[in-house]
Write a protein that binds this ligand. Structure first.
Ligand SMILES: CSC[C@@H](O)[C@@H](O)C(=O)COP(=O)(O)O
Length: 357
């Protein structure tokens, strides 16, 4: 059985508290957008697609339980709550994309004079609910496209890959993006080995990806972040596959801190570097990676481990949660639900994809 980070049925939302994993599997309920915002901010739920889905579902819960007197009141409430949810973490664009879609949808529904207030509310709730299944479907397509492409580049022979951070069932509605590609390779018996990086300082790799890989019985080894170069020089690695929090118009990509250095190391060793993400991770409004807002996280994520101080007292820290990988280092391509694109064709492909609705 695959891990389920998000459990939802109308009126009830629960998430697996990722702060407690891997030792404790505990679901917590999210009853409104305040609780949704706090769960995202504290990283009880994390990963670009999961943040968007949990944010929107926390609003669906609040909408289900609340009565409105007018469509204007409903619209003001939805817009305010969506803006609030987007503010929880700034780098991943998926929640901003979902918020924009929610806002234009409510306007469209209000403009439809045939619809009553309750029907408008219900349709909006249904729209947010549909994100769960849609994300799993998209991830499976990403997995298939990515696995086919990588195997095509390797004469259909089993491959060894490296991945970074957590991009699996815990970061999405299920299956995963980069980890979805790895899962798909494994399902086809074409995955010889996967190395997952520890992903300091929050340890998404050691705690979450390693947990998913063990759970799925996938051949895997954990490496510290500073072992990636040694791993590539002492093993034949066929691909590095990572996820993304925002891919901008020129193909520059923000992802978990450490992705950039992994891409540099991969280029040096001639290992193709792939980014796997859905179209909701594209941000065509930003031209280059220099303009992506990078979230800075609290210092204690670096200085302490489970509440125990591991750094010298009084040292200051710089703790950016993400970095930007320039498009030219994404040498393998960007794996989407529509296929695999080279970063230089991304701008054209994004307009084509976004134009297709
Ligand atoms: C499918 S998840 C893609 C990205 O969101 C993932 O690689 C990542 O950087 C997650 O960062 P996090 O800080 O854990 O939310």
């Amino acid at each position: 059985m695959t891990l389920q980070a998000i459990r939802y049925q109308r009126g009830s939302l629960e998430i697996l508290d990722q702060l407690l994993l891997p030792e404790i599997s505990k679901y917590i309920s999210i009853n409104n957008t305040d609780e949704g915002w706090r769960a995202i901010k504290s990283m009880q739920v994390r990963g670009a697609p999961a943040i968007a889905i949990v944010g929107c579902l926390s609003l669906a819960i609040e909408l289900t339980n609340k009565e409105f007197q007018s469509t204007q009141e409903l619209k003001d409430f939805v817009v305010e709550k969506l803006d609030y949810l987007v503010s929880a973490r700034p780098t991943a664009v998926n929640i901003a994309d979902a918020a924009d879609k929610g806002k234009s949808m409510i306007q469209k529904l209000i403009d439809d004079e045939k619809l009553e207030l309750d029907e408008i509310k219900l349709k909006l709730v249904q729209e947010f609910e549909a994100m769960l299944q849609a994300d799993i479907d998209v991830n499976k397509r990403i997995g298939q496209h990515g696995a086919d492409y990588i195997l095509g580049e390797n004469n259909d022979q089993p491959v060894k890959v490296i991945t970074h951070c957590n991009t699996g069932s815990l970061a999405t509605a299920g299956y995963g993006t980069a980890l979805g590609v790895i899962r798909s390779l494994h399902e086809q018996n074409k995955l010889e080995h996967v190395y997952c990086t520890e992903t300091r300082p929050y340890n998404q790799g050691a705690r979450l990806t390693a947990y998913e890989l063990v759970h799925e019985k996938i051949e895997a080894s954990l490496i510290c972040d500073n072992m990636a170069a040694a791993c590539m020089s002492s093993n034949k690695i066929h691909a590095v596959i990572v996820g993304a929090d925002r891919v901008v118009a020129n193909g520059d990509t923000a992802n978990k801190i450490g992705t950039y250095q992994l891409a540099i190391v991969a280029k040096y060793h001639g290992v193709p570097f792939y980014v796997a993400c859905p179209k909701t991770t594209f941000d065509p409004h930003i031209k280059s990676g220099k303009d992506i807002h990078i979230e800075i996280r609290p210092q204690d994520e670096m200085t302490t481990l489970k509440g125990i101080r591991i750094a010298a007292p009084n040292i200051r820290c710089w703790n950016p949660a993400f970095d930007v990988t320039p498009a030219e280092l994404i040498t393998g391509g960007i794996i989407t639900e529509f296929g695999v694109f080279k970063p230089q064709e991304l701008q054209k492909q994004i307009s084509k994809i976004l134009g297709s609705g």
